[in-house]
Design a protein around this ligand. Structure first.
Ligand code: FAD
Length: 282
């Protein structure tokens, strides 16, 4: 038998986290699947459980210092429906799971789970998102791209909680997202591609590109983005081949039950080409 803690405040949650070895449950949509048992028995949790999904302080969405601040217990549905959250953030969220899972699951849960196929991760990498980690001893902030160290691995310490995710707010007139899955809903990505850009007078001023499900973590490469920045929309075609080659070297997809490495690489580079040829050039 394990203990289940259901604190009402962040302070209480951090105290429990500091005093007990706990498994954090937020929306539970990853955790409940991971520890399920097939014979109708309760889940087989390896540790005491700390449920944080109802803590009011973690339910806030705010804008401060040019950043959208998303509390760790904000559900994916709440995020999608909030009027302050721009489309370039909600776009990949809308294609995650299904309405019932989005009503429970959170962005923080997707981040902490750190799956190679976590659908919010390319967006968080591309937008330079940061994460706030809190313990009884204080808080620290890390770029999401540093927080995740490998598939399913993060820098989260046993006494810490993720309390918020911060995304710098900007205007991105060009937004491109494609998720390749086996079906329309509840599909784990075979590959995904997220990009945003700003173009002024036909010149690419800013572009961010990230690939999902084709390496242990999302793949973003600023050197490749620099190749596109400053390019006229009429010259973009001349960059495609070198970018395909360069990204091709960075992607490290795997064969698994959902797809093959070859297919993942092929479709990802096709999406890159489609984005440059149609998304950026139009
Ligand atoms: C049917 C189904 C379909 C799905 N479809 C998709 C999909 O299309 N795309 C996709 O990316 N995912 C999908 N998922 C996975 C899951 O729904 C998402 O990853 C979701 O965002 C997880 O959020 P959660 O709050 O439920 O996480 P939880 O299950 O509560 O937690 C996930 C992990 O993060 C840790 N954690 C959570 N919050 C914190 C915190 N604040 N501080 C520290 N640690 C924390 C937990 O300990 C756990 O290790 C699907 C799941 C199911 C069951």
């Amino acid at each position: 038998m394990v203990n289940v803690f259901v604190p009402e405040t962040l302070e209480e949650a951090l105290r429990i986290r500091g005093q007990h070895e706990t498994l954090v449950i937020n929306g539970g949509t990853d955790v409940m699947v991971k520890y399920r048992r097939w014979n109708g028995m309760p889940p087989d949790f390896p540790l005491d459980v700390l449920h944080i999904g109802n803590i009011a302080e973690l339910k806030r969405i705010e804008i401060a210092e040019g950043k959208l601040i998303i509390g760790a217990a904000v559900t994916l549905s709440e995020l999608m429906e909030h009027s302050w959250v721009p489309d370039y953030i909600t776009l990949p969220i809308r294609e995650m799971a299904s309405p019932s899972i989005r009503n429970m699951g959170t962005l923080a849960g997707n981040l902490c789970n750190a799956s190679a196929s976590g659908d919010s991760l390319p967006m968080l990498y591309a937008l330079d998102a940061e994460v706030t980690l809190a313990s009884m001893h204080g808080t620290r902030k890390l770029p999401v791209a540093q927080f995740i160290t490998f598939a399913k691995q993060t820098l989260l310490q046993p006494d810490e909680l993720v309390t918020e995710i911060m995304i710098p707010v900007s205007e991105f007139p060009i937004v491109y997202y494609r998720k390749i899955g086996g079906r329309k809903v509840n599909a784990i990505s075979k590959a995904s591609f997220y990009a945003v850009a700003i173009k002024k007078d036909g010149i690419i001023e800013d572009v961010r590109i990230a690939f999902g499900s084709v390496a242990p973590t999302a793949v973003r490469d600023r050197a490749c983005e620099e190749i596109l920045i400053g390019t006229a929309e009429t010259e973009l075609d001349s960059k495609i081949e070198s970018l395909r080659t360069r990204y091709g070297e960075l992607l490290a997809p795997l064969d698994d039950i959902r797809s093959t490495a070859d297919y993942r690489r092929h479709v990802s580079l096709q999406l890159l080409e489609d984005f440059i040829g149609k998304g950026l050039a139009k």
